[in-house]
Design a protein. Sequence first.
Length: 262
Amino acid sequence: MLTEERLQTIQDMVERRKSASIQELVEELDISESTVRRDLALLDQQGRVSKVRGGAMACDSHYSTEDAPVASRRDLNLGEKQAIARYAASLIRPHDFIYLDAGTTTELLIDYLTEKNVVFVTNALSHARKLSQMGYTAYIPGGEFKAATEAVVGEEAMESLRKYNFTKGFWGTNGISVKGGFSTPDVKEANVKKTAMEHCAECYVLCDSSKFSQISCVKFNEIANAVIITTENTKEILGDEYYEYEAAGDIRIARTAGRKLH
């Protein structure tokens, strides 16, 4: 295979998958690791892919390494978040035992609650306060408080969550991609999300369109392991790699305000 042909093949693979590891490229192209590294460096210099630790990402993907403060994220994509939150709240039934993850969209879900006979566990202090003020029973796991996301994280929080069996859970995410799964910048927060999901019968991840094809440092689950709730705006950016998930019903589209949910 000629050099330019090989470079184009690598670029096509990365763009199709949004990201690819060095090992994946070695196996797919049957070339040495040193050749892959050299090719990725050249493609990065040419602006055709973005070289990252252990592999490469498509140039239209965003790789985030830290959380922005909650206050700076509350009003971003607010219309989409409200539609998603409204749809998510409609899924809650009497006697549900709910896990509610920290996040700006999960917080909005509380505004649309109609079912009263529900108990919550949340690792977000602001969520717990809001739920309590509305008359709900809300439990908070112990652990380390993380100021940026206003979440309780760490081993103690994980141990608290292991004793529960949730009927439904709703999570936020910093990024979602077929290859990178659901991801977040902080390993402690990722571990809490993963632990809660392992103890939940029905898992839902709330994602506005800005989260798709984004990758953060730590994957906390594969996208096949939770139903994604998003909006019509996302339909315009879903590529072929998401088709099987949408066709299987693992991606649910929340209609905008004033229109019927489905």
